[in-house]
Design a binder for this molecule. Structure first.
Ligand code: MTE
Length: 337
């Protein structure tokens, strides 16, 4: 209860509070997944602890992260990095629970080594890739991108990875490949959210995502194997995940085991759960509100403390319009949200 009062006293957050968004999304999940109106319980605690740094809970022992060899880059002008401690403790990875701190607390035992990623479907040379071998052999680079969650918070994260397009070319896509479908590991023994629909937010696992072929081949689209110079921690999608900076964060599927090139638009997890709220395209768009909250602005999670909340306008295509708007020429972005 105390937690609720502290949020309610934040006047600058009156229009779209993180709590509103967060709880509304959870409430929707609980109703749709379980057919009950059970109130969110521990949800408050995780978010509040994160923002205030007041948690009594000892943080789970982080799994060991390895330094990566990569071509580094400067932080683009006008961007401030989100501190690593926040980017690795405030996460969405529903396979480990729906509270923001659940992924950090519950994923540290995820067995990520070895890890095989298979590439199949409309390719002339299907194959399986040893992801740890890929990390050593590929020319990795750093990309500092804005990341905008559909829940109206954002971060700036230094990813390390390789372009998805150049990776896919190794497998020689056929002319029939029009879309790329991605799949997260399915292992209920390791992922409590896959064992229990309540813990996993009602998603039908494995988590799946997709891109149109031209989106996948775009030079901004990254297969990421690291953040802040080191391999990904499990909560951020170790050992390999997708990053598409002009789209809402839910397109950034984590812990990928399968990539399939296909002819038809593939199903995607959030669209399957609530098609009227989450589209296939999910391009960041301040002019198209989520049915239950505005997308015009966002709460930037930066170096400041709890009372230092930065609300900033959301940019079309998350600020990457010059690079990607042409992909959607002649498309009605209200219809294809
Ligand atoms: N991938 C899987 N497999 N499961 C998930 O629950 N959540 C998505 C996306 N990828 C999710 C996922 C959502 S909603 C967001 S906002 C981002 O991961 C969050 O990435 P981060 O925790 O590294 O910030």
């Amino acid at each position: 209860m105390l937690i609720k009062k502290r949020f309610a006293s934040e006047p600058s957050e009156a229009r779209v509070t993180p709590e509103d968004v967060y709880l509304n999304r959870r409430r929707f999940l609980q109703i749709s997944a379980l057919g009950t109106g059970l109130a969110a319980s521990s949800a408050h605690a995780g978010l509040f602890d994160f923002l205030s740094g007041d948690s009594d809970e000892p943080a789970a022992k982080p799994s060991e992260r390895k330094p990566l060899d990569f071509r580094s880059t400067q932080t683009p002008e006008g961007l401030t990095l989100t501190p690593e401690s926040k980017a690795t403790s405030y996460n969405n990875f529903y396979e480990f629970g729906t509270d923001k701190t659940d992924p950090m607390n519950n994923s540290q035992q995820l067995d990520i080594e070895p890890w095989t990623l298979s590439v199949e479907g409309e390719v002339e040379k299907p194959g399986k890739v040893d992801v740890w071998e890929l990390m050593n052999s590929a020319q990795l680079e750093e990309r500092i991108y804005r990341m905008r969650c559909v829940e109206a918070w954002s971060m700036v994260i230094p990813w390390v990875g390789l372009e998805l397009g150049s990776f896919l070319k190794r497998f020689a896509p056929t002319s029939r490949a029009r879309y790329v479908a991605f799949e997260t590991l399915y292992d209920p023994d390791q992922m409590p959210g896959q064992r229990n629909r309540f813990v996993g937010g009602g998603i039908d696992y494995p988590y799946v995502e997709g891109l149109r072929m031209d989106e996948a081949m775009h030079p901004l689209t990254l297969l990421s194997v690291g953040i802040y110079g080191k391999t990904l921690p499990p909560q951020n999608g170790a050992p390999i995940r997708l990053v598409v900076p002009w789209k809402y964060g839910f397109k950034g599927i984590k812990s990928i085991v399968r990539i399939r090139l296909v002819e038809e638009m593939p199903p995607t997890s959030w669209n399957r759960l609530a098609a009227q709220e989450y589209g296939f395209y999910a391009n960041v768009n301040p002019e198209v509100d989520h049915p239950r909250w505005s997308q015009a602005s966002e709460r930037f999670i930066g170096p400041g403390g709890f009372f230092d909340v930065t609300r900033q306008p959301t940019l079309p295509f998350n600020g990457y319009g010059d690079e990607v708007a042409s992909l959607y020429r002649n498309m009605d972005l209200r219809k294809y949200y």
